[in-house]
Design a protein around this ligand. Structure first.
Ligand code: FES
Length: 65
């Protein structure tokens, strides 16, 4: 699903960026240019970032368990 239409960034790309170390919107903007045009995607990008970080933590916990 597209999160940032202007830059054609999907939720999968955001999840991959988180897996590669992105921790906040600044990182996503640097890596994917999310929100660098109209900015309407920012609230969706924040939700997607939080979700991806949560999933990454859970995946890390299940691997460690
Ligand atoms: S939808 Fe992301 S900058 Fe426009």
């Amino acid at each position: 699903m597209y999160i940032c239409v202007c830059q054609a960034v999907t939720d999968g790309q955001i999840a991959q960026a988180v897996a590669n170390g992105a921790k906040n919107l600044r990182d996503l903007r640097r890596d994917l240019e999310v929100g660098s045009a109209c900015g309407r995607c920012m609230s969706s990008a924040i939700k997607c970032l939080r979700s991806a970080k949560s999933e990454a933590r859970q995946a890390g916990n299940s691997v460690a368990a």
